[in-house]
Structures are given as structure tokens and as C-alpha cells.
Design a binder for this molecule. Structure first.
Ligand SMILES: Cc1ncc(COP(=O)(O)O)c(C=O)c1O
Length: 388
């Protein structure tokens, strides 16, 4: 059990705490929920801080930028587990990878990517394994026409299969079934037309997390349905490319009440964190109540509070109309399920507030500080001495 009292005394707040014991359990649960032959690909964008922690438990990493590659590379993550994905992979970046490493997969997101990869594969005489990302109608991936152009014009790449991702936080099994129907139909068509075989389909179903109180959802039943849907893909390796569903539950965000006031619109508790550190998918103006705890635990009458962060914007509201025991300055709110996207997607530079510390609670029940406070005032500072 995480000792929040110890953490806040030793490290202060705001702080993220990623519980690797919970992460292990979650990945184990995901593995048990899907057939043995389905692989897990962790989308690193959800949380780079747990990448090394999940390495032994997942099959591959989806890496979408030079920065994400640098992080994984510096963590000595095996190149044979890397899927280099995402839009805008330029020549220099791909060349440095092709030249220096044996990367497991590259995705092709455009004709430009295809031409760069094919050229570099010839230049370095390396068989590059690629997945062509099929678009779902947005800026990602290629159209069916471009997909065909790539197969028809490919000289040296080994086309292993298709990558497909159409959005996050999907809880409609109907939609997932429709996407799988489409993938099966399209891959059959391509295989027949071009007399090729796709070995694998890497599919991001955007598995959801239920963040709010009252959002009841039978996840096990949903996973069963998703598994059945995936099992309709025959004779191919299926890879589940997911971020949120792996990372969310291990994360806790601790923030301290630093001020209290009341006016004609209610009680306001100001905390030392804010929406610059916290991203809850679908929280429209904080009307929904995320899973949270107020510490220390004590008996007191309850009251209703609006929880606001420390930014200069009326939008910096974490929870509205929260009914909890009477709050005092110094009390701690622990926000749950923040392991995915909060530390990587927040508007963290706004107002030059410091970036929070990040703490890992590891399998030996030790606390390991993996990022100290970072002063964004240095990033937001106009440095007149910068050398060009
Ligand atoms: C290509 C791709 N794959 C996987 C993911 C992970 O999605 P999720 O966190 O919903 O599983 C994303 C998220 O944006 C993505 O863009």
C-alpha cells in the first residue's frame, strides 16, 4: 500500500505516484482477458515514465516521435521491441535509425514515409519490416488508394501487415466489430489483388477507462466481446496497441489544499496543482466526479466544494460540487487513475508553474524519485543570450 503520508512529508506536492505493483496487476489482467496469441503493444505516449517498468511484461512499444525514441533508447529498451510510428518521420530521423539500429517495425503513414523507408532500405541494404497504417479518415495513415500504390511500388520493404487506430476511449463493441470487419475485408482484398500475405494486424481499439463515479461498466464482459471480435481475424498475428488501458490505473496525483474561501457561488478549495497536471478524458468543466480520496482520513461533517487549481483561468477547475468531509488547508486530494496522459499531455507550461515530481513505487515497495521538480520559468524565459 502506498504511504501517502510519508510521500507528502518527504517529497511535497503536487506529485505523481506511479504504482508498479498496480501496473503489473493491470497488465496481467489484460493478458488474461485476451487470447494467448494476442500481443500487447504499449503506446509510450500515454506515460513515458513507466516504459522501462513494463518492458518485461509487454511485447512491443509504439514510439511516435524522435523524443519518444530518445527516451526509450536511453532506457535501453530493446530495439527489437520498437515500432516506430506516427506522422512526420523525416529523412534524417529515419536514416539515423536505419543506419544505427535494427528496429522491429516502422509504420508507413504517407507516400513520403514509404519513399524514405524504401530508399533507405536499399541504401543500407537492410530489410526493413513495415506496417502500412490505414487511415480512419483523419490526418493519420494512408488512404486505400495510397495503400495500393505502396504495395505496387514497393521495391525493398518487407510489408508485414496493417496498423489501424481510430481513436481513444472507445466503449462501443459495435464500433470495434465494424472496424475489425473492415480490416478483415480490406486485408483479404489486398492479399488477393496483390498476391501477398499480411502476417500481422496491429490494432489500437482505444480501450476505455471509466474515470468517474457512477460510470458503471462491466470491463470483463467488454474485454470478452473485444476478444471475440479479435478472434475473427484468422491466420494473422494480432497486436493490441494500447496506452490508456495499460497505464491509467497505476497513477495517483497528490495535491494539497492551500487556500479556502466561500462566496455567493459556494465553497472554493484552492490546491497547489491544477489542470496543467491532470487530464481526465471527457471531464466537461469538471461536472463529473473522478475517483479520489481526501487525506488525512477523519470524521467530520460533510460540505460541498469546488476544487480549483493554481492557474489564472476560470477553467482550472478539477471538480465541481464535490461532497466531502469538511476540508482544511493542508489536506491532500489524491486523484486516481491518472497514469495515462496526465504527465505527458497536460498544458504544463501555462503560468510558469513548476512541473511536479514523479515518484515510482516499485515492486520492492520502495519509492524512487524519477523526476525532480522542473522549473518551467526557465523554459518560459526569453533568453536574450541564446547563441544561434
Ligand atoms: C496510433 C496510436 N496508437 C495507440 C494509441 C493509444 O491509444 P489509447 O491510449 O486509447 O489506448 C494512440 C493514442 O493517441 C495512437 O495515436
Amino acid at each position: 500500500m502506498i504511504d501517502y503520508d510519508y510521500i507528502t512529508k518527504k517529497f511535497g506536492t503536487p506529485i505523481y505516484v506511479y504504482d508498479i505493483n498496480e501496473l503489473d496487476k493491470r497488465i496481467d489482467h489484460l493478458k488474461k482477458s485476451f487470447s494467448n496469441d494476442i500481443s500487447l503493444v504499449y503506446a509510450v505516449k500515454a506515460n513515458t515514465f513507466i516504459a522501462k517498468e513494463v518492458e518485461s511484461m509487454i511485447d512491443k512499444f509504439e514510439i511516435c516521435s524522435p523524443g519518444e525514441f530518445e527516451i526509450c533508447n536511453n532506457l535501453n529498451i530493446n530495439h527489437n521491441k520498437m515500432v516506430i510510428s506516427g506522422v512526420y518521420k523525416n529523412y534524417e530521423f529515419i536514416e539515423s535509425l536505419v543506419k544505427n539500429y535494427d528496429i522491429n517495425r516502422y509504420t508507413i503513414e504517407s507516400i513520403e514515409h514509404f519513399e524514405i523507408l524504401d530508399e533507405l532500405s536499399i541504401k543500407y541494404n537492410k530489410k526493413l519490416n513495415v506496417l502500412i497504417r490505414l487511415t480512419s479518415g483523419n490526418q493519420f495513415g494512408v488512404s486505400e488508394e495510397d495503400f495500393k500504390h505502396i504495395i505496387a511500388n514497393n521495391k525493398n520493404l518487407v510489408i508485414k501487415g496493417i496498423e489501424y487506430f481510430s481513436g481513444t476511449q472507445k466503449h462501443s463493441i459495435k464500433r470495434i466489430n465494424k472496424e475489425i470487419d473492415y480490416l478483415i475485408l480490406f486485408s483479404n482484398e489486398m492479399e488477393k489483388e496483390y498476391n501477398i500475405t499480411f502476417e500481422e494486424i496491429e490494432y489500437g481499439p482505444g480501450l476505455p477507462i471509466f474515470y468517474y463515479e457512477g460510470d458503471e461498466f462491466d470491463e470483463d464482459e467488454f474485454f470478452k466481446e473485444v476478444n471475440e471480435a479479435l478472434s475473427r481475424i484468422k491466420n494473422k498475428k494480432v497486436l493490441l496497441e494500447i496506452g490508456r488501458s495499460i497505464a491509467a490505473s497505476c497513477g495517483n496525483y497528490l495535491t494539497t489544499v492551500v487556500d479556502l474561501k466561500s462566496n455567493q457561488n459556494g465553497n472554493f478549495a484552492i490546491v497547489d496543482g491544477g489542470i496543467n497536471h491532470l487530464v481526465y478524458y471527457g471531464s466537461t468543466l469538471a461536472m463529473k466526479i473522478p475517483h479520489l480520496e481526501v487525506l488525512p482520513k477523519r470524521k467530520a461533517d460533510s460540505d460541498i466544494y469546488n476544487i480549483y487549481g493554481s492557474l489564472c483561468t476560470i477553467n482550472d477547475v478539477l471538480v465541481k460540487n464535490l461532497s466531502v468531509r469538511k476540508v482544511e488547508v493542508g489536506d491532500i486530494f489524491v486523484f486516481k487513475n491518472v497514469g495515462a496522459y496526465s504527465s505527458t499531455e497536460g498544458i504544463s507550461l501555462f503560468l510558469s508553474r513548476d512541473l511536479p515530481k514523479i515518484l515510482i513505487y516499485n515492486k520492492n515497495k520502495e519509492y524512487k524519485l524519477v523526476r525532480n521538480t522542473i522549473k518551467t520559468s526557465e523554459i518560459n524565459f526569453p533568453n536574450y543570450e541564446v547563441k544561434e
